[in-house]
Every structure is written in C-alpha cells, then in structure tokens.
Design a protein around this ligand. Sequence first.
Ligand SMILES: Cc1cc2nc3c(=O)[nH]c(=O)nc-3n(C[C@H](O)[C@H](O)[C@H](O)COP(=O)(O)O)c2cc1C
Length: 197
Amino acid sequence: MVKNTMQKNIKKNIFNFTIIYGSTRKNRVGIRFVYYLANQIKLKGHKAIIVDPLIAKLPMLNQRFVEYKKSKVPENIKKVQKALNRSSAFIVVSAEYNHMPPPALINIFNYYYAEFNRKPSCVCTYSSGDFAGIRVQSPLRAMLAQLGCPPIKFGMFQPKVSNFFNKEGAPSNQKDAEARFNVFFDELLWYTKKLNS
Ligand SMILES: Cc1cc2nc3c(=O)[nH]c(=O)nc-3n(C[C@H](O)[C@H](O)[C@H](O)COP(=O)(O)O)c2cc1C
C-alpha cells in the first residue's frame, strides 16, 4: 500500500525528502533550520519527513536494525527504519561539536545501512557563530559516501542560525534564504529524479 503510494508519487515527480538532524540539546537552535527546510520542501510540492533524535530516542548503538529478530525490533527503531526506507533522498542538518558532528547524528546513521543505498544526499550545516559549521562537511560526506548515499556538491550553510531563523523556522531575510535553498535543492532534486527512476 505504502509502496504503491510512493510509486504513484514518484510518477508524479513527488518525492520523500528525509531531514536527519542531530542535536539533543535542551536549548537547541538548529531545529529552526530544520523547520525552514521542511517548509520549503513542502512548498515545492514534495513530502518532508524529519528524523529528530529527541523524538526517535534511539539508545547508543547496541545492535543494528538488521541484527534484531523481526518480531523483536523496538517500535522507535522500526519507525525510523520505515521513514528512511521510504525516503527518496536525505538532507543532513548538522552543527559542529568541537569540529565534529553531534554524536546522536552519527548514532542514527549507525543503526541503518541498506535504507540509504543508491539515494542522493546533501549536507546542510549551521552554527551559532560565523563559520556555519562548515568543518563537519568532510566527516559527514565521507560517512554518507560509505552508506551508499553520495552527497551532492551543494548545500545550505547558515551562520548565526538563531538570529537568522525564528522559532518556527521563518527567516529574517526570505529572499536570501530562498535563493540559497533553491541552489542546493534544484541540484538534489535532479539527482533524486535520476536515482529514483
Ligand atoms: C559541545 C559543543 C561543541 C561546539 N563546538 C563548536 C565548534 O567546534 N565550532 C562552532 O562553530 N561552534 C561550536 N559550537 C557552537 C554551536 O554552533 C552552537 O551551539 C549550535 O547552536 C549547536 O547546534 P544546536 O543548537 O542545534 O545543538 C559547539 C556547541 C556545543 C554544544
């Protein structure tokens, strides 16, 4: 049923974009960027799914999804698997924690594997300061390549994230945000169409 809906949507050029976010901090602000991206994706007529570690609540890795007996997979681990499996493409949203991606983000990736295969990805980074978290591009791009979902060359990079987006994800400069969104999203959509045909 779900597969049929997906296939019908793909024929109509409607794709599932999953945004994977890594912060579990109490006063996290990157979620604003996530909301902005999800809203834009929906405005373009596609589906946006958010994988949020505070909602998914995956424990630090003990067994990968495939290592569980089918009847024994915990609901939360199954739910994320279904979302990843139904995805046409992935957008990873990450800050730098001491120049590295947040541990909860890496933990999500490590639970799964086949779900990522032969789908395109994109890395969007942000920071509270001036550098937009750009240093986590390298480790994340290496990881995504290893998972079989090669990252495209573009992304959206947001310095001073909490000044730029409000709590609902509305940008202070809509024109600027939209121009930067369109650059990477058009490219990601191109690969999404090719790899999901
Ligand atoms: C543990 C930790 C390490 C950080 N390391 C960096 C860093 O290396 N470079 C940087 O630009 N900002 C760094 N920051 C600042 C983050 O850019 C800022 O806190 C950002 O809001 C984190 O995203 P979040 O609010 O979604 O968790 C760090 C923040 C934390 C909590």
